[in-house]
Write a protein that binds this ligand. Sequence first.
Ligand code: SF4
Length: 266
Amino acid sequence: MAQPKSAFEIFRFLEKSNCRECGEKTCLAFAGAVFLQQRRIRECPKLNPEAVERFAGELDKGNTHELDPGDRLEKLKSEIAHFDLAEAAERLGAVFSGRKLTLKVLGKDFSVDAKGNLYAEIHINPWVTVPFLEYILHGKGLPVSGKWMPFRELNGGRDRYPLFQKRCEEPMKKVADVYTPLFDDIVHVFGGKQVDKQFESDISVVLHPLPKVPVMICYWRPEDGMDSSLHLFFDETADRNLDIGSVFTLGTGLAQMFTKISLRHG
Ligand code: SF4
């Protein structure tokens, strides 16, 4: 059994008929969700036995989240129903109006009401919604310090780092290598900001998947026979403003989204 290195590795083994029996619109979307361990590969009824043999054991181990993402989302929504959203808005510096708490996710309004219903200007999917609700329910709301650190140095990040590298940094680097408008898209489509180059990188871009959980993506171009490289950095408060499992989910979700964009436009 093997750990897939990308969603495409899983996709290669799917039927590619986009039949939607798994509930996803396309086989590629299903492969991406399996890669992020939001779905289980056995949920495709058309699955090739070779794929089961190759991946099922590894992918069924689950990632850092104990619950199935759907169950986890329902649990968080029911917690919201017993929660004081006005207090959360004050703690997080968010807006509370019309019985909804609203904050910016990647520069766009994202809201939840007292029943756990979600409203957004962007596509609502679990890699955003679970961290969004966790941030509201359990985030400390600490001010961003401006001190950047790699994922592995966050509390709880060391053990998860090999998987984070495989599911976030490596696929994102592959996109940056071949899809040159990536960093322009991050700035113009996702409200990111190009900042002074950090850690001697060639490009440094900051984006805000959640207001107090900024992510800095640094990219080093290939040079003198050395391969390119890409790393993500988080504010040192990230592991208190959000649980480490959700920080992981945000990073891998961003990688999946950039991969889809590069396929569509690249
Ligand atoms: S059920 Fe399988 S073949 Fe059909 S869309 Fe989903 S992944 Fe593709």
